[in-house]
Design a protein around this ligand. Structure first.
Ligand code: NDP
Ligand code: 8X3
Length: 251
């Protein structure tokens, strides 16, 4: 069976890394993306034992870097079948009245504009071939707003709107568009949100069992293995202990 080519942003950690591992074992060729070259090289080397893997190091915030990196792919790697727009983070958890402008900029630039920049480069390869599948990582934060979530939630509401917009605009080209919206997943996400404060990050998952990156990767694979005529549009995934952004059962 021909292998599909998947480009994964944010493959150096968490959900993206777990997805790369699962897709490598599931008949996909991979384009791994992220800023941390050491991690990209290590993962590329490891997964190359299972499938063909290449990697691109770029910052999704810088449009020229995104365009150059994707243009640098050899022609056969440009036939991208699956785009997983996963790179993203929360920066800070502050009330709107005391939030930092640099955190706001980071979240809008990475989660929203970065997703757009990558999509702009990859979508033409899909429209040209009239096939493809885009999976955007939304969040429960893109479905409901929670205290101090303000700008992170706004960035994920934007991802939700972009996912719906993409699905409409790309419908004529037979391109599937899916959003996966997780609740609490234990990755480096909270460490980034709390700027390296591990004690604070750990509190996020205290007394409950969060999802893992692998749990979301499993959903991703299910979505990608659906028959050609089936398009999973929008999936929210919670840990069993979570019922909403603010309702979490803890021991
Ligand atoms: P991690 O912090 O573990 O991973 C984030 C990934 O994004 C890293 O690989 C990082 O790579 C990449 N990234 C961040 N900034 C940039 C940038 N400027 N340019 C390129 N790549 C970047 O977090 P998760 O795996 O948890 O997050 C993945 C996605 O899932 C995000 O979109 C997040 O919003 C979403 N999500 C996470 C949830 C959670 O609870 N963990 C719940 C709901 C959604 P590098 O630093 O090497 O560039
Ligand atoms: C990450 C989940 O609840 O921390 O998107 O916003 S949450």
């Amino acid at each position: 069976m021909t292998k599909r080519i998947a480009l994964i942003t944010g493959a150096t950690s968490g959900i993206g890394e777990a997805t790369a591992r699962l897709l490598a074992a599931s008949n996909f060729k991979l384009i791994l993306c992220g800023r941390r070259k050491d991690r990209l090289e290590k993962l590329q080397k490891e997964l190359s034992a299972q499938t063909e893997v290449t990697s691109l190091s770029f910052d999704v915030r810088i449009q020229s870097e995104v365009a150059q990196a994707i243009a640098s792919l050899p022609a056969d790697w440009k036939a991208i079948d699956v785009l997983i727009n996963n790179a993203g983070n929360a920066h800070g958890l502050d009330p709107i009245q005391t939030g930092r402008v640099e955190d706001w900029d980071a979240m809008i630039d990475i989660n929203v504009k970065g997703l757009l920049y990558v999509s702009k480069e990859v979508i033409p390869f899909m429209t040209e071939r009239k096939s493809g599948h885009i999976i955007n990582l939304g969040s429960i934060a893109g479905k409901e707003v929670y205290p101090n979530g303000n700008v992170y939630c706004a960035s994920k509401f934007a991802v939700d709107a972009l996912t719906r917009g993409m699905r409409i605009d790309l419908n004529a080209f037979g391109i599937k568009v899916t959003s996966i919206n997780p609740g609490l997943v234990e990755t480096e996400f909270s460490l980034v949100r709390f700027k390296g404060d591990k004690d604070k990050a750990d509190l996020t998952y205290k007394g409950m069992t969060p999802l893992t990156g692998k749990d979301i990767a499993d959903v991703m694979l299910y979505v990608l293995q659906a028959p050609a005529h089936v398009q999973l549009a929008d999936i929210t995934v919670f840990p069993t202990a979570q019922a909403s952004s603010t309702v979490v059962k803890r021991n």
